[in-house]
Write a protein that binds this ligand. Structure first.
Ligand code: SR1
Ligand code: MG
Length: 402
């Protein structure tokens, strides 16, 4: 019989003390439940004598954001811990260290990153992260390349794929990102002031065609092991450091879905700054910083990915230069299409983002929502027309000026 039950704070302390050598001698441990995400319990445990600390994360058997009426597999804790292990081997500096995974309780114990902040909060506060583009492009290039058929033995990849069949979490994405926003779903939540935009999302057939194509890509294109939910709430940062957390949505899918998630969330912050930075000049400079970061992420990703392909490509035929060019152009287009879908869902779907949702002045919030939808729908409809990242910068500025 399963021993699974949601942990109390005291139980989380006992588990940490039992399994994490750093805390074994501790005599005075404190615990706080700090989970602010949509799905899990997160306990922060600290030794008050030494300040040593650890995170104990436990998956709940339902989606916390909705309640017990939405059951959810505990297997996602296994998927998360295995994905963290693989990402940790490929990019040790860019993910938290995992100390222990306890399958029966769906618990993962890992490095405490309390000296970092969640990137979404940092950006809302107007902070800049000069190494983020370098770090996240490294994370994306290495995790995507070395888990794809380009960088791993193709039989090995098929076996690894078997460990990352993640049907329930993929279903959340399929519904929340690629379906609900375009229909009258009971999951949707949105500002009534943008009802005209919502109606347009539901009736625009050209948009639906492109969303259907991207959804089909998501369902069928098992290109690489994805993080699967790489928004700015899944990234911890300081000025010098970047740590990617929370890969419970990991599965083998299209690479552009991860890269697009990062870009979408920077663009959501771009739109949200309409409600955060009052001074025009300051806001415009910050928005330029965000666009420059996006440009750097793609440019550095592309160059790192090409270099990995040159040095570690596993087969002869894919070394063909024109195949590589075509691959990267298609990847840029997928990336921008998925970015568009990820922007739209955060305005009209079930789960929103604080960058826009917590804007206090209603008229500024509405402006930000409208801009995000304008950028998102344009990226979805026109994703096949982009050949260079610079075209995205121009497009966003043009849409902002409208
Ligand atoms: C029911 S879960 C809602 C959202 O939270 C996660 O972070 C994913 O983005 C998911 O779509
Ligand atoms: Mg998450």
């Amino acid at each position: 019989m399963s021993n699974y039950h949601p942990l109390t704070e005291q139980e989380a302390i006992t588990l940490a003390q039992t399994h994490v050598p750093l805390l074994q001698q501790a005599t005075s441990l404190t615990c706080r439940e700090i989970g602010d995400g949509n799905l899990n319990l997160v306990f922060h445990i600290q030794d008050t004598d030494t300040s040593n600390s650890v995170i104990v994360k436990q998956a709940l058997p339902y989606a916390k954001v909705v309640g017990e009426s939405w059951p959810l597999t505990l297997d996602r804790a296994r998927i998360e811990s295995e994905a963290l292990r693989i990402q940790g081997e490929l990019c040790p500096e860019l993910v938290p260290a995992v100390y222990q995974y306890l399958p029966e309780l769906a618990v993962t114990m890992m490095e405490d990153l309390s000296d970092h902040v969640i990137m979404r909060s940092g950006l809302i506060a107007g902070n800049q992260y000069p190494y983020f583009a370098a770090h996240i492009s490294e994370f994306l290039a290495r995790t995507l390349f070395f888990t794809s058929d380009l960088g791993i033995n193709q039989q090995e990849k098929k076996i690894q794929q078997g460990s990352f069949i993640n049907p329930e979490l993929c279903k959340i994405t399929e519904d929340l990102i690629f379906d609900d926003p375009y229909t009258d779903s009971p999951n949707n939540q949105y500002n009534p002031a943008i009802q005209d935009v919502v109606d347009e999302l539901r009736s625009d057939e050209e948009l639906h065609l492109q969303v259907a194509k991207l959804r089909h890509q998501f369902l069928t294109h098992s290109q690489a092991l994805l993080h699967g939910d790489l928004h700015t709430g899944s990234v911890f940062v300081t000025k010098q450091s970047t740590k990617v957390i929370d890969p419970e949505f990991a599965f083998y899918g299209p690479m552009g879905f991860d890269i697009g998630a990062v870009i979408a969330n920077l663009l959501l912050n771009y739109a949200g700054q309409l409600g955060w930075m009052e001074e025009d000049q300051k806001r415009q400079a910050f928005q330029q910083y965000l666009l420059h970061t996006i440009q750097e992420i793609w440019t550095q990703f592309e160059s790192k990915f090409r270099q990995l392909w040159k040095e570690h490509g596993v087969d002869r035929i894919s070394a063909q230069p024109s195949f590589q060019d075509a691959y990267l152009t298609a990847l840029l287009q997928d990336t921008l299409g998925f970015a568009g879908c990820k922007m739209v869902r955060r305005i009209v779907g079930l789960a929103h983002v604080a960058d826009i949702d917590t804007i206090k002045q209603p008229e500024l919030k509405e402006q930000a929502e409208r801009l995000a939808i304008r950028i998102g729908t344009t990226l979805i409809k026109e994703h096949d027309r982009f050949h260079h990242i610079e075209q995205l910068m121009d497009k966003v500025q043009q849409l902002h000026a409208e």
